[in-house]
Design a protein around this ligand. Structure first.
Ligand SMILES: *Cc1c(COP(=O)(O)O)cnc(C)c1O
Length: 401
């Protein structure tokens, strides 16, 4: 009988840190330091340094981080912003919230992140670069196309060299959705070195939702950027557009991150490199055990990528059956994500039917996220791999073409 294995374990993660975490709470209560102040500043400096970015602005969530980055970066109402359909809806909700229109391009089969060739082909066949202004315009809608949002999905970076090059040619701002990729690495041929997720685009967004590689004890997020103007604009936007209290330059948002969450995050950030290494070790064990099975496609890690395995996602032909069988064997799994965004209700108005983005659609039918967290033991991973093996061997799993 296989022991029951959770998808994620946020209890043991915090147990060893409990005294330190409680000390943050003590300090906050003793000083009434709830909003702003030294804990926020300290965490922002530490996280900027971790990402090798000049600035970090802590905000209320990853969704806030995306929205504020787009607005501060220069996305204007009526613009079009390009991203992928296989991501969490926050990537696109925030485009709409900035007043812009969503354009999808399909993903690469192997990395499951934005396919630079499809980005290029959308721009070349669907857009014009205006000589006079240098601006890119969608030929069909006539709208300005001003931004692109690669998503570093599951902790694996998008192909940033290619995307940055295309963005430069077409005068597009690049916003990295790094909400699943704290500490991920991309080897830039252009720069001749490894670069950190969140340090390459115009600006990047991170989420500190509890289940992310770096999670708060509640909601949280951050923007990273090297641009001082964008950093200042994000600071204003998260705080009602005020430069100092009750003097407002613009309307903004209540998008601040609590001081106690910043205190918690500073403590947890120290452990992040070790946790990411553990995730990579766990992924390597899974991949070794599962690579022999013809019916199972293990996650691809590009030679230019250092994934931090926020999720370990396999592909199988008969996914729903496998998920059911694993559940019967006490193994929790999840789907990231079961329905591509272009087929979700809020985006029906965009008019993309089934078949519009075939790689993302095919992938959504086959993907399955296995348990993945730093404390997962080798024994647990073997149990999961054994269970997958038993399930696929017992048919009718092997209906793969
Ligand atoms: C988690 C996540 C977000 C949103 O972050 P929240 O903190 O939940 O608002 C955005 N994009 C991706 C890819 C995510 O995984």
């Amino acid at each position: 009988m296989t022991p029951s294995i959770p998808f994620l374990d946020l209890v043991s993660l915090h147990r060893e840190l409990k005294d330190d975490l409680l000390a943050v709470l003590d300090q906050a209560i003793d000083t009434a330091g709830y909003i702003g102040g030294p804990l926020v500043k300290k965490f922002e400096e530490e996280f900027a340094q971790f990402c090798t970015s000049r600035y970090c602005i802590a905000v209320g969530s990853g969704t806030d981080a995306l929205r504020l980055a787009y607005i501060a970066g220069g996305i204007r109402p009526g613009d079009e912003v390009i991203t992928v359909p296989n991501t969490f809806i926050a990537t696109t909700e925030s485009i709409s919230q900035a007043g812009a229109h969503i354009v999808f391009v399909d993903i690469d089969q192997k990395t499951c992140t934005m396919d630079p060739a499809k980005l290029r082909s959308f721009l070349e066949s669907g857009c014009v670069r205006e000589k006079a202004t240098g601006k890119t315009r969608n030929r069909v809608t006539g709208r300005p196309v001003t931004g692109v949002v690669p998503v570093h999905l599951y902790g694996h970076p998008a192909d940033m060299d290619a995307i940055m090059e295309i963005a430069a040619e077409w005068n597009l701002l690049v916003f990295e959705d790094a909400c699943q990729a704290h500490g991920a690495g991309f080897h830039s041929k252009k720069c001749g070195r490894w670069r950190m997720a969140g340090s390459m685009g115009t600006a990047a967004a991170f989420s500190f939702y509890p289940g992310k590689n770096l999670g708060a004890l509640g909601e949280g997020g951050a923007i990273t950027t090297d641009d001082p103007g964008i950093a200042d604009a994000c600071r204003m936007l998260r705080d009602h557009g005020q430069e100092r209290k009750y003097y407002h330059d613009t309307e903004g948002y209540n998008g601040r991150l609590d001081a106690i969450q910043c205190g918690f995050l500073s403590i947890k950030l120290k452990k992040l490199p070790e946790w990411n290494d553990a995730r990579r070790r766990n992924a390597a064990i899974y991949s070794r055990l599962l690579s022999g099975h013809k019916q199972v496609v293990i996650p691809f890690e590009a030679a230019w990528a250092r994934s931090v395995y926020h999720l370990y996602v396999i592909r199988v032909n008969n996914r729903d059956a496998l998920q059911r069988r694993l559940a019967e064997m006490g193994i929790a799994t999840a789907l990231h994500y079961p329905v591509p965004l272009h087929l979700q209700k809020p985006y029906a108005k965009l008019g993309h039917g089934i078949g519009s983005f075939p790689v993302a659609e095919h992938y959504a039918r086959e993907l399955l996220s296995l348990p993945m967290f730093p404390e997962l033991t080798g024994e647990q991973i073997r149990s999961v791999a054994d269970a997958v093996e038993i399930a696929v061997a017992s048919g009718p799993m092997d209906t793969r073409e």
